[in-house]
Design a protein around this ligand. Structure first.
Ligand code: TQI
Ligand code: CA
Ligand code: ZN
Ligand code: ZN
Length: 160
């Protein structure tokens, strides 16, 4: 079953359009899988998402960082934490640049789109789920590709 963060933080109900941009040194190969993840959340919720240029204001900001990168949650090299995102309405979503990233299922690598689906869930206000097929379930392996599950969609619909 889905869950929310302490105090149910969420985007203001009037805010249905959320913009996102990439920051700093991101691989351009990450743009299409991240865009697909936003499209899937877009189709399943009241939100619409639009990418804006790197130098413009946006609600959500996506970056690739290694080690200590100034937000108090240092990455840990290969293994361990893969990515993190903050609860509403912070908007920051970081990938660990030291991980091996892939597009689709590649043993030993992590699928950029599946990670984005999970971290966008956090950006929107979902915490972890007890449903093993849910994107918000707290276990994820290399080579695994997952999709949004009715439990994730129900969680977002209840929150908003
Ligand atoms: N990163 C953790 C995660 O995204 C970071 C984290 C732990 C977190 N608790 C949180 C972020 C609460 C926001 C709110 O869950 S991770 C998984 C999972 C990670 C973990 O790199 O360990 C997935 C990334 F859920 F399988 F454990 C993606 Cl799917
Ligand atoms: Ca790591
Ligand atoms: Zn970070
Ligand atoms: Zn998580």
């Amino acid at each position: 079953h889905y869950s929310f963060f302490q105090g149910n933080p969420r985007w203001p109900p009037s805010k249905t359009r959320l913009t996102y941009r990439f920051e700093a040194n991101y691989p351009t190969s990450a743009i299409p899988p991240v865009a697909r993840a936003f499209q899937k959340w877009d189709a399943a919720t009241r939100f619409s998402f639009a990418q804006v240029p790197t130098n413009q204001f946006s609600d959500l900001v996506i970056g690739f960082f290694r080690g200590n990168h100034g937000d108090g949650y240092p990455f840990d090299g290969r293994g361990g934490t893969l990515a993190h995102a903050f609860a509403p309405t912070d908007g920051r979503f970081h990938y660990d640049a030291d991980e091996s990233w892939s597009i689709g299922s590649v043993p030993g690598s992590f699928d950029l789109e599946t990670l984005a689906l999970h971290e966008i869930g956090h950006l929107l206000g979902l915490d972890h789920s007890s449903v093993s097929a849910a994107i918000m379930f707290p276990t994820f392996s290399d080579g695994e590709v997952k999709n949004l599950h009715p439990d994730d969609i129900e969680g977002i619909r209840v929150l908003y």
